[in-house]
Design a protein around this ligand. Sequence first.
Ligand SMILES: Nc1ncnc2c1ncn2[C@@H]1O[C@H](COP(=O)(O)OP(=O)(O)OP(=O)(O)O)[C@@H](O)[C@H]1O
Ligand SMILES: [Mg+2]
Length: 462
Amino acid sequence: MKTKILVVDDDPDIVGTLKDRLESLGYDPLTASDGLRALELIDQQTPRLMLLDLEMPKMSGLEVLKRLAQSRQNEHELPVIVMTAYGTVSAAVEAMKEGAYDFLTKPFDVDHLTIVIRKALERERLTRQVECLRTEIETRYAHIIGTSQKITSLVALAQRAANSDASLLLLGESGTGKELFARSIHQWSPRRSMPFVIINCVALTDTLLENELFGHEKGAFTGADRLQKGKIEMADGGTLFLDEIGDMPIPLQAKLLRVLQDHEFHRVGGTHLIRVNIRVIAASNKDLKQAVKAGRFREDLFFRLNVVNLTLPSLRERKEDIPKLADFFLSRHIRDAKKPLMQLSEQAVAALTRYSWPGNIRELDNAIARAVVLSPHNTIEPEALALSSTDTSEAPALGPQPTDWDLPYHESMDQHSRSIIASALQAANGSQTKAAERLRLQRTYLARLIKQKNISVEPRRG
Ligand SMILES: Nc1ncnc2c1ncn2[C@@H]1O[C@H](COP(=O)(O)OP(=O)(O)OP(=O)(O)O)[C@@H](O)[C@H]1O
Ligand SMILES: [Mg+2]
């Protein structure tokens, strides 16, 4: 795609000349004859650079620059090169104070024009790249917040385990940070410069999951018109994260076990063996031992994965970490929503600490995100957190609960739906397949609901 450059000038001759010039340089010029239209085009077309005349009748170039700064339309750092008539350099200086990147004097020198444009575009590209790298680093080293003894000892254990290639099993309720731990362990490990590949064992049919894991050869089945590598192969040299491993169908468990033992496998429809060097981290929010007993999970695979076991505590087991986590999410969401500084009132922190967090850290994250958007004041009060007032007990919200008639319609329906799903799961001893049958839902749809609503269920013991 050609780079879009916006030219703004009330003089049609200049617009015409620049348009031709830019086209011949291989750019895609957009044109506007006044400031208002320019602002519109910036919004709709997101050009990468603007050449802006300073003296225009409807809205001066300087005014355009000011509006850009105010409206935050310029958050992507659109570089602006201002154009001034010969002898009015002071106006250009003024414009540069307002954030313009460079200036050109009319009439243009073609070589100069070309150089200034290239330089400005290069800077724009670098700014973008820095922004990308910054977010990448942030996610890579997303720190694990918490000073409770429970979490610090887990971090220490995880860091020690990171140095080895031992398989790791992460257990814990939904939203307790299993994926965050898996990513961190990869980052702490010698494999950090190689890929971290996630495969979610739920929301797929068995054949799709097999295909996703092992890939396929060209012609392996109707529609397989080209070779496709699977995630195991993509993770070569790095870490493979098998999320929700408890949902992996038994036949695939056997195939996975073979990969873990022999470090080699076949693509679907393939005949030659492919060798891989992967480190496996698996996660589950189910009681896998129970699943082994019930015959839903292979014992040999369980032992193979469970070389190192990290069980993440629920949030209600480490309430002392809640205020720090809340602050962390607060600053993140303020930044994302580009809001002015906000804080949690003392009562809000107390309410957060009292609440039982059935959805754990993810639920806390969501509650703060919602409060940042909805709170009418810069100090967030308990009401803006919209925690259900009935649920301040210590136990996770499981099983049918009395309907809270004070809740608005949608929340009330949501609570009801959570509670019937939780009871169906409990009755089915944690089996999503059986629960889906009871509820007459597709298993994959139920899995999605469980994930969305952060429902976690311990199967009945015994
Ligand atoms: N200790 C922590 N500090 C900061 N953020 C955390 C911490 N633990 C978890 N989070 C955040 O909480 C959210 C949920 O964590 P994560 O996705 O790792 O949970 P999970 O156990 O994999 O959940 P699920 O079983 O539902 O997949 C993520 O946004 C994650 O970054
Ligand atoms: Mg997860």
